[in-house]
Design a protein around this ligand. Sequence first.
Ligand SMILES: [Zn+2]
Length: 239
Amino acid sequence: MSAGEETNLARLTRREFAERMASGGLHACIVPVGATEQHHAHLAFGNDWRSVFYIAQRTAERLRPHVLVAPAVMAGVSEHHMKHPGTLTLRPATFLAVLDDVVHSMVRAGFANVLVLNGHGGNNAPVAGVWDQLLRLHQVNLQFLSYWDVLNAQDAAELLRGGSRMPEDLPGHAGEFETALASAAFPEDVRRDAATGTAALADADQGREFLRRIVERLTAYLREMMDGTRVAEVPPFYP
Ligand SMILES: [Zn+2]
C-alpha cells in the first residue's frame, strides 16, 4: 500500500498526510467510536471498537484515496457492563470531551466532512445530548451514525435466523448479529463452543453478507457527504 492510497491515518507520516491534504484529494474523515466491554462468554472485550474500525476501513477502501480513518476511540460509555471486570468505561463527560477533541483535531487538519461512526449503543444517548453544540462549534459537515442504522427490518428478516425483532436484534449485545460480524471479521476471537441462544446460530457467511450491505450503504452515505447532497444542518445561534 503506497502512502497515497493508505486509508488508515495512523499509518501515515506527517509529510505523507500533508501532501495528501495539500493535493486536495482527501475529502472526508471517519472517526470510529466503540467500546471495550464484556461480550458474554463467546466474544472478546474488543468486539465493538474492532467491529466499527473494521467497517470504517472497508468503507474507506471503497472510496480510496478520498477517505481517511482516524484511530478508533476504543472505550465508550459502558457503566452498565462494569459488573464484569476487564470492561473499560468512560464517564459520559470524558467520552464526549475526547470525541469533541478528536473531531476538532480533524477539522483543524483540514477536513470539511467528518463522519463519527458509532459501534456501541451506550454512546448514543450522551452524543445525542450535545450534538447540536458540536455542530455549532465545528461548523463543518459533521455527521453521526451507528453502523447498524444503515440496516432495516427487511435485512433483519432476510438474514437473522433466530427471528428478527427490530430494533432489539440489530445490533443487540453479543447476540446473533454481533457474533456473525465477529465470525467474518475476526474469527480468531470467537469462542464458538461458548455461544448460547441465537448467537449459536450465527456464522461467517451471514456475517459477510451483513458486512457487505453495511459497507455498501456507508459508502453511499459518505459519497453523499462528499458530493454535497448530504449536508449537516447547523442549528442557528440565538438571534
Ligand atoms: Zn457489542
